[in-house]
Ligand binder design. Structure first.
Ligand code: SF4
Length: 234
């Protein structure tokens, strides 16, 4: 598998994201899915996927704590592209137990609680979503944070045991915006209010100019703790 990944990275070194997506959907057929959290990069990828294969599998994780704007965007995107988006929800018993024992806003208390919440509301759903797949497409870009600057177009995802494909890995924030505007792609209005990376409502805030794109996520934690466990390079 590592040999394949090396080969793909070489083969698609100068390829466009559309070429990478098209190749990947064709190569992995019904064993590939796109994981969207409806951020700006994800909207670019959805636009590309919809023009390549309307029936490609797209899924998202609804933690139950998303912004109202994100739910509106999910609905708008479904209608605009006439696509099906699979939504994975957390196990209600796990969430209820966690909230009874630790409180509704447990994540602010300490890193362990925050990781528990991310695990119950996101990571376990991701495991369900990826079950049986050989590859998943994500909106990761090198520029997003220091922990992502070594990301590759194709990489092995140790956490989830499958290939991770990042078609926009080399794109800049400016390129993402240019695509959104040029193709009139629907996007989360929170991006116009200073939010760059948008996750759950209580754990996301706007960032100031020049700050790391992901610095608005879990801003009360030290940098080395600030990932949710969805990606192996985090
Ligand atoms: Fe819970 Fe916050 Fe993680 Fe969302 S981002 S799952 S609310 S800790």
């Amino acid at each position: 598998m590592n040999k394949d990944i090396k080969k793909f990275n070489l083969q698609f070194k100068n390829a466009s994201p559309q070429e990478v997506i098209s190749f990947s959907l064709n190569k992995f057929k019904h064993k590939i899915a796109f994981a969207s959290s409806f951020g700006l990069e994800d909207q670019v990828i959805i636009d590309m996927i919809a023009s390549i294969d309307k029936y490609a599998e797209i899924f998202t994780l609804d933690t139950g704590r998303l912004f109202p704007e994100t739910y509106n965007l999910i609905s708008e995107t479904q209608k605009r592209y006439n696509i099906k988006i699979k939504i994975f929800f957390p196990d209600n018993e796990h969430v209820e137990k966690m909230v009874i024992e630790k409180g509704i806003n447990l994540f602010y208390d300490n890193v362990e609680n925050r990781r528990l919440c991310c695990n119950i509301r996101k990571v376990r759903q991701l495991e369900r979503a990826l079950k049986g797949l050989d590859a998943w497409i994500c909106g990761i870009r090198k520029e997003q944070s220091v922990s992502r600057e070594d990301s590759q177009m194709f990489e092995w995802d140790d956490n989830n045991n499958l290939i991770n494909i990042n078609p926009l890995v080399n794109w800049t924030w400016t390129q993402v915006w240019e695509y959104i505007k040029k193709h009139n792609v629907p996007y989360n209005p929170l991006h116009d209010k200073g939010y760059m990376s948008i996750g759950c409502q209580p754990c996301t805030r706007p960032v100031k100019q020049g700050e790391d794109i992901r610095s608005g996520r879990w801003w009360w934690e030290y940098y080395e703790h600030k990932e949710c466990g969805l990606h192996s390079n985090e």
